[in-house]
Design a protein around this ligand. Structure first.
Ligand SMILES: C[S@@+](CC[C@H](N)C(=O)[O-])C[C@H]1O[C@@H](n2cnc3c(N)ncnc32)[C@H](O)[C@@H]1O
Length: 282
């Protein structure tokens, strides 16, 4: 597929500003991005040459997390801030373990939702897969829309996925309250899978470059909010953390699935600037 250009802009796509879903897609090597996103991405690569590998590390964690959950017998997934479909999508990994798995994707970005829809129409099963366009901060709306799809059974455990997303929310968004609200709706045996960007424990070397990237995001539609290890751990309050607990993303169950980008960080996992965790509701 050729990269998108200005002639093929789906309805609702804002080309005035670079968009995190489309930038992330470009970082991962996808084609669902526009010139404004690619310019942003290229500038980020100029500042921090391994930024694309860092994005892949985040995506690989998502794959390992879903693999682990599916191996534990979780068959339902609610993926918040699911992004543009790319390699290793949640429903594909879940289906590879249990062909009867169910997944609802939620994103507020038109391109991510449109492409998820196309992919699911082509390869999905409407009784088991769906996509909802909504702001994940509106828990009532997302929960209602997700259940309205008929895909999820709320009386059974659900794997709630909020991966590579929470750092888009600042204190005014009340991200702790939002996640608590979702977790409260899940039945025991459900899980919360999440990851976060941090500068806690990250070597000072490269900080200038990382700050320049944060400035770049701050000028785009989405500033980034980093959190310390302790602050990230708070999202899992009341849940039982699965081994290895809160870990550097490349070190979270590294051998569950091939993770070539994560392997590049084996010697210095803290340089990934990513923390990951999985909590189980008792
Ligand atoms: C960096 S991407 C991560 C995609 C996917 N979770 C992954 O790990 O590969 C972040 C996604 O969160 C979505 N997002 C950001 N804020 C959101 C919100 N308030 N509601 C729903 N989705 C949101 C963006 O549109 C983007 O697709």
């Amino acid at each position: 597929m050729a990269p998108n250009d200005q002639d093929s802009v789906p309805e609702g796509v804002d080309l005035e500003r670079p968009n995190p879903a489309r930038i992330y897609d470009w970082f991962l090597g996808g084609h669902n991005n526009w010139a404004i996103d690619r310019e942003f991405g290229a500038k980020a690569v100029e500042i921090l040459p391994n930024v694309r590998t860092m994005a892949r590390v985040g995506r690989e964690f998502l794959g390992r997390g879903v693999q682990y959950l599916a191996d534990q017998g979780i068959t339902q997934f609610l993926d918040l801030g699911s992004g543009v479909p790319t390699v290793g999508n949640v429903h594909e990994i879940a289906d590879s373990v249990n062909p009867d798995s169910r997944c609802v994707y939620v994103d507020n970005e038109s391109v991510a939702v449109a492409h998820s829809r196309v992919l699911l129409e082509r390869e999905g099963d409407p009784t088991r897969h769906a996509v909802v366009q909504a702001d994940l901060l509106d828990v009532d709306q997302v929960w209602e829309a997700a259940l309205d799809t008929g895909v999820l059974d709320p009386t059974k455990p659900i794997g709630l996925i909020v991966v590579n997303v929470l750092y888009f929310f600042g204190p005014d968004d009340d991200p702790y309250g939002v996640i608590r609200n979702y977790v409260d709706r899940l039945r025991p045996g459900s899980y919360l899978l999440s990851s976060h960007m941090t500068d806690d424990g990250v070597p000072a070397e490269g900080e200038e470059e990382r700050a320049a990237i944060r400035d770049q995001y701050a000028r785009s539609s989405s500033p980034l909010f980093l959190r310390s290890r302790e602050e990230f751990a708070r999202f899992f309050d009341g849940l039982e953390l699965v081994e290895p607990g809160i870990a550097w993303t490349p070190e979270w169950k590294p051998d569950l699935r091939p993770s070539p980008a994560s392997d590049e960080f084996r010697a210095h996992p803290e340089a990934s600037t990513g923390l990951a965790g999985l909590g189980r509701k008792l």
